[in-house]
Design a protein. Structure first.
Length: 323
């Protein structure tokens, strides 16, 4: 009887493996239907560049067209909600970020439930936000900027990429720890926030797509938001060197609608991890000032949960009032 039971279990396992074989052989996605990578931010920014890079690489590895669709708005919630409501069939993915965590604490009624509505696939990168000012701003150090802000309360404005985004939180935490009264002006994306500073409409910005503008001399960088200095700009101080306890590390990751079959999540995760090891992708990440991450769906899920716990505590301490 035990022998028959073992044979039965073995046959069942074989049938399951046979059932998954077409998936492993790239038959999970019909040839005539593209996979959509939703980027919940405007075109032209770091997230858009990252999304298009991932889409191009997945198109090669999956032998299936992957297209990027930009769906900005509401601090990335509109695009994220779109994915949360999509069919969990492997045709829709989200390139999200730390904003997907922060939205839970900046909005009274987020448009989706991160824990229930989205399935983690892989962390893609980690990246600092850069604090920079326009060329006409007299402050040349972080200390001088804080002094200027305190001397002229609410006369300085800070451009960020939307309520609930990591640049937005970078500005809010800066205000709390420095005691400076600065007006936080949220835009739909980082590119618009940067352009407002270049054009003189805003004093400063926090953004993670700032390296090209810094290199071109269009803005002057004063600090980075990560605990340690960036390897890309080692001479630029971490803000935490002047304001102890300051740490806002931005990151990007990929999710799918909850209920997407685990083999699909594992396959896409593995392909993302593989692409992050290639020279071409690493060169692209260098232009964005980003460090490659990579993870399994399970590891990314655990990381997101840890971030949820951390920012819930910090936003309470910062007395953030959800909108």
């Amino acid at each position: 009887m035990n022998h028959l039971a073992r044979r039965g279990r073995g046959l069942l396992s074989s049938l399951l493996l046979l059932g998954l074989a077409p998936l492993a052989a790239q038959a999970a996605w019909p040839e005539d239907k593209p996979i959509r990578m939703i980027v919940p931010y405007t075109a032209g920014g770091a997230s858009d560049t990252l999304g298009r890079m991932i889409a191009a690489r997945l198109t090669e590895s999956l032998k299936q067209t992957v297209v990027v669709e930009n769906k900005p708005g509401a601090g990335s919630m509109l695009g994220s909600q779109f994915v949360a409501r999509a069919e969990p069939d492997g045709y829709t993915f989200l390139l999200g970020s730390i904003s997907n965590v922060l939205n839970n604490f900046f909005y009274k009624e987020p448009l989706y439930d991160l824990r229930k509505d989205l399935a983690p696939v892989a962390q893609v990168t980690s990246v600092p936000n850069y604090l920079a000012v326009g060329p006409k701003v007299p402050a040349r150090t972080l200390g001088e900027l804080i002094t200027l802000a305190k001397r002229e309360p609410e006369s300085l404005s800070c451009s960020t990429s939307g309520v609930g985004s990591s640049p937005y939180l970078s500005c809010e935490l800066f205000k709390v720890l420095s005691g400076a009264q600065i007006v936080n002006v949220p835009f739909k994306g980082g590119t618009q926030a940067i352009q407002s500073v270049i054009g003189g409409q805003s004093t400063m910005f926090f953004a993670n797509e700032a390296l090209p503008y810094i290199a071109a001399g269009q803005v002057r960088v004063l600090g980075v938001t990560t605990p340690k200095r960036s390897s890309y700009l080692p001479d630029v101080p971490a803000i935490g060197e002047s304001l102890p306890g300051y740490d806002v590390t931005a990151w990007y990751g990929v999710w799918a609608p909850a209920g997407t079959p685990q083999p699909i999540l594992e396959r896409v995760s593995a392909d993302i991890n593989a692409m992050l090891q290639t020279e071409g992708v690493r060169k692209t990440l260098t232009t964005l000032g980003a460090e490659p991450a990579g993870s399994t769906p399970q590891a990314f899920g655990a990381y997101v949960e840890a971030e949820m716990q951390r920012w819930q505590k910090l936003t309470r301490e910062m007395k953030v009032e959800p909108q």
